[in-house]
Design a binder for this molecule. Structure first.
Ligand SMILES: Nc1ncnc2c1ncn2[C@@H]1O[C@H](COP(=O)(O)OP(=O)(O)OP(=O)(O)O)[C@@H](O)[C@H]1O
Length: 245
């Protein structure tokens, strides 16, 4: 029996999941915990299920069986509306493709995160704009751009920084980042991670980042490969990751 950490920000227990339809991809995670304030790096090749795992953790998809808990709350016990609200309040997500509103400014994109989080993340009351500008400044976004230019007119690296500011604003406590550096060269990746770690460290947030790039693992408290924590299966081959290994 695994030792249960009462202080876990993220916990998965006996989770199984399979995508419906032709891909037939699925996996089982018997146990995974990420402690509050911990930074964890999860590595796995393209197609190994990293984004799927993050979607389960964020409650975007539901497991076929098992429990997913965020700050001790069982996502499966919540209505869809309460699950959406919990995600908006407690989890800042940096999506692989950023998912910014293309015609809205960087500032409006960042502030939008608060629109769906009427509780915890609104502690900023009245200081939202100031905080959004502070975060974007810390992330190196030119102040001349953030309030006016549509997000679609920013470079990929700038859009990525907007996505990080949107995840961090209001201190949701848990930051989930899906391959956030894949569009950057090595020097820019390193500079970006320096800033991300500074901002995450400032508020003591939990950080779970996934990537196929093992070279990024060095600065995290904890590193695991997807194959260590999940047993994956493809319906069309019938092979599991354990058999393939
Ligand atoms: N919405 C979906 N419906 C059906 N199958 C899906 C869906 N999303 C992903 N899959 C399947 O799940 C498997 C894992 O995909 P996933 O995106 O989780 O991997 P990944 O490790 O994040 O890949 P990458 O590094 O390329 O983003 C793939 O075989 C994919 O076809």
């Amino acid at each position: 029996m695994p030792v249960v950490d009462e202080n876990a920000a993220i916990r998965l227990q006996d989770v199984s999941f399979r995508w419906p339809g032709r891909s037939g991809f699925g996996f089982e995670v018997s146990h995974l915990e990420v402690a509050r304030g911990q930074t964890m790096f999860l590595v796995g090749p393209s197609g190994s299920g990293k984004s799927t795992l993050l979607s389960l953790i964020c409650g975007i998809v539901a497991p076929d069986s098992g429990r997913v808990e965020i700050d001790g709350e069982d996502l499966g016990a919540l209505s869809a509306a309460r699950r959406d609200r919990l995600r908006a309040e407690r989890i800042g997500i940096v999506f692989q493709m950023f998912n910014l509103l293309p015609y809205a400014s960087a500032l409006d994109n960042v502030l939008l995160a608060l629109a769906f989080a009427p509780g915890r993340r609104r502690r900023l009351k009245g200081r939202e704009r100031e905080e959004a500008l502070r975060l974007m400044g810390a992330l190196g976004l030119p102040s001349s751009l953030v309030a006016t230019a549509p997000a679609a007119e920013l470079s990929v690296g700038q859009q990525q920084r907007v996505a990080v500011a949107r995840a961090l604003i209001g201190d949701p406590g848990i930051i989930i980042a899906d391959e956030p550096t894949s569009a950057l060269d090595a020097a820019a990746q390193s500079a970006f991670l320096d800033i991300l770690f500074d901002l995450v460290g400032d508020v003591g947030a939990t950080l779970l980042m996934v990537s196929h790039d093992e070279r990024l693992a060095g600065r995290f408290d904890r590193v695991a490969s997807l194959t260590e924590i999940a047993r994956t299966q493809m319906a069309h081959t019938g092979r599991s990751s354990a058999e393939a290994a």
